[in-house]
Design a protein around this ligand. Structure first.
Ligand SMILES: [Mg+2]
Length: 404
């Protein structure tokens, strides 16, 4: 049976949220991001695109390219709140949907046609979102996720597009190879150097040529160019989470030690988030006392994966939770409400250096292990993760599965 997959994407999301709050920003070139000279552009309005501005670019350069732009310091809290409102509307209307990022959703509408046109249903959903939130949103509807996502891109701004079954290849043929999800700067250059420009050319090539040039990715790109994709819609669940906890050999009342452990745990989970390109919007801390009574407290927060934001919030939760002068048997933390996304969302206050610092630290962790770089305050937490305090002279833990 053919599937019917809807892709919804809020248009220039951060810019649209700013415009909701101040209508004077409508139709003007807007840059959202870090406002200092060292800041980075997180989002830009359609009006700036003609000037060669794009997200991820240093704010200073964007200002030079588009001097008349209004520059706004982003607010992750507002964006998270608006994202939640849209999510709630979709949740009410669609049984099976995936929240793939803060402003993007997929829904599997397979089987709906018999009762109610999927296109009409999608169209009504889109208009409901626009009416209830004031935010522009576009959608693409087709037989799979890839074609629908590309269709959304073609529909923008603030519009919708349906690709009928069997029309995937002709729809894709005239488009730039750039439009294929997964074709980044590097792959694009490789393909351009081969003289490829339009998706049509890939469609006309045998798959193994693409495989030879790009390896395993070549096969995926060839399939996508031909409108083939089997990726399922992964149901969104707020319970989707990552967590870590630790039970002490000997119950403790050492608050400095407990705080150090929480810092180390947060650093470690935040790194796991970034490695999976995920953001969390809900954190919780759990304490079990020596009498086995267990308490936990959770807090909804703006989407993030940055340690410097998460650590103070985790410690704050711990402070409100830990009010009994009892020995602690276990502590743990959990990050939930996970969505796809990168930590640029938190860089409104920060600089290119902060972004580069996270990238550099994570690269070291990638090579040398989770705990190869840690905050000084977390050094005491030596059994979190896999590494000992590198400065106390103890030998590293020998893991059972490791061969020497
Ligand atoms: Mg978007």
């Amino acid at each position: 049976m053919n599937k019917t997959i809807l892709h919804l994407d809020l248009d220039t999301f951060y810019v649209s949220v700013e415009r909701l709050q101040d209508s004077r920003l409508n139709n003007r070139p807007i840059l959202v991001g870090g406002t200092s000279d060292r800041g980075v552009v997180a989002a830009c309005s359609y009006e700036t695109r003609g000037f060669g501005v794009h997200s991820g670019m240093p704010m200073k350069m964007a200002k030079e390219l588009c001097p008349e732009a209004v520059i706004i310091k982003g607010n992750a809290g507002n964006y998270s709140k608006q994202s939640d409102i849209v999510t709630e509307i979709i949740k009410e209307q669609v049984p099976l949907f995936e929240k793939s990022s803060i402003d993007e959703f997929y829904a599997d509408l397979t089987g709906m046609d018999r009762f109610f046109g999927a296109y009409q249903y999608s169209s009504e959903l889109r208009h409901k979102i626009i009416k209830e939130t004031g935010l522009p949103i576009s959608f693409g509807l087709s037989v799979n996720k890839v074609v629908s996502k590309i269709a959304t891109g073609e529909a923008k701004p603030n519009n919708q597009r349906k690709i009928d079954y069997g029309h995937e290849k002709p729809f894709l043929a005239p488009l730039s190879i750039r439009k294929i999800p997964m074709v980044g700067d590097k792959t694009y250059q490789t393909l351009r150097n081969l003289g490829l420009r339009q998706i049509k050319t890939i469609q006309e090539m045998p798959m193994d040529v693409m495989q030879r040039v790009l390896g395993a990715n070549g096969e995926v790109i060839w399939k996508r160019a031909n409108g083939m994709d089997n990726t399922p819609v992964i149901p969104y669940s707020e319970r989707k989470s990552i967590s870590t906890e630790r039970t002490f050999d000997k119950d403790t009342i050492d608050v400095i030690k407990l705080r150090g452990i929480l810092i180390a745990m947060t650093e470690n989970l935040a790194y796991q988030l970034r490695r999976g390109e995920k953001l969390t919007a809900c954190i919780s801390v759990k304490i079990r006392y020596s009498d086995f009574n267990t308490y936990s407290k959770q807090l909804k927060i703006p989407y993030t994966s940055a340690d410097h934001i998460l650590i103070p919030q985790i410690l704050g939760l711990f402070n409100t939770l830990y009010n009994r002068r009892l020995l602690v048997r276990l502590i743990g933390i959990r990050f939930s409400h996970l969505v796809q996304g990168n930590y640029q969302i938190n860089l409104f206050d920060d600089t290119e250096e902060a972004l580069n610092l996270y990238a550099a630290l994570d690269k070291i962790r990638e090579r040398f292990g989770d705990k190869s770089v840690i905050r000084a305050a977390g050094l005491g937490a030596k059994t979190i993760g896999r590494m000992q305090n590198p400065f106390n002279g103890q030998p590293p833990v020998v893991l059972a599965h490791r061969k020497f």
